[in-house]
Design a binder for this molecule. Structure first.
Ligand code: E4P
Length: 219
């Protein structure tokens, strides 16, 4: 399973990418706002750090405006990095129209705010390169989020649909294990979840013990 990092915080992207585990980046308007920097300031930097799909979200609501905004976003990124752009489009009928038009022009899209397998199927049919089911937000309202990932993966498998499934809105490491067991293509993870995946108390105890014992070795 590929791991994307779900943040617009450049320091976090830089640090965690240096561990050699990051295959791509997803951002959204909330994450950009949280970073405290302007979108333009962040944009090129992310592409310099990670050589993999980078999702950038449009905020327009009409298909034509989304397409226009997507092209403006692309024009802001240096030509050498453009191959890595994926335009994040919200799951609406206008969004589907935009996906169809962008994919016809060879522009990759990531359809976001997916909360059902039907939405994922429609997004794939419109030509999305990625679909992003939001698991944590479903769990938050008492619905089993991971169930829709299972359904989407099964449906895409049945019909050899090439659209990749990005498990999004991940809240904890168990979500990651579940996504991997189901066979999702990608999980996009907040830095906090990635850091939790690294840690195990027995690892810390083991290191401490080895270091202590090393002091006892005859010099
Ligand atoms: C994914 O692309 C989204 O940016 C993200 O996973 C949303 O997560 P949230 O529900 O924690 O805001």
């Amino acid at each position: 399973m590929k791991i994307f990092i779900d943040t617009a915080d450049l320091d976090e992207i830089r640090e965690i990418a240096s561990w050699g585990i990051i295959d791509g980046v997803t951002t959204n308007p909330t994450l950009v706002a949280k970073s405290g920097r302007s979108f333009n300031e962040i944009l090129e930097e992310i592409f310099k750090i990670v050589d993999g799909p980078i999702s950038l979200e449009v905020i327009s609501e009409k298909a034509d405006d989304m397409v226009k905004e997507a092209k403006e976003l692309i024009s802001k990124v240096s030509e050498k990095y453009r191959k890595n752009i994926a335009i994040k489009i919200p799951m609406t009928s206008e969004g589907l129209k935009a996906v169809k038009n962008l994919s016809k022009e060879g522009i990759r899209t990531n359809v976001t705010l997916i909360f059902s397998a039907n939405q994922a199927l429609l997004a794939a049919k419109a030509g999305a390169a990625f679909v992003s089911p939001f698991i944590g937000r479903l769990d938050d309202i008492g619905q089993e989020g991971m169930q829709i990932v299972e359904e989407i993966v099964e449906i895409f498998c049945n019909y050899d649909i090439e659209t990749e499934v990005i498990v999004a809105s991940v809240r904890h490491p168990i979500h990651v294990i579940d996504a991997a067991k189901i066979g999702a293509n990608i999980a996009t993870l907040p830095p906090g979840v990635i850091r939790k995946m690294v840690k195990h108390s027995l690892t810390d105890i083991g290191i401490k013990q080895f270091l202590n014992d090393w002091k006892k070795v005859k010099k």
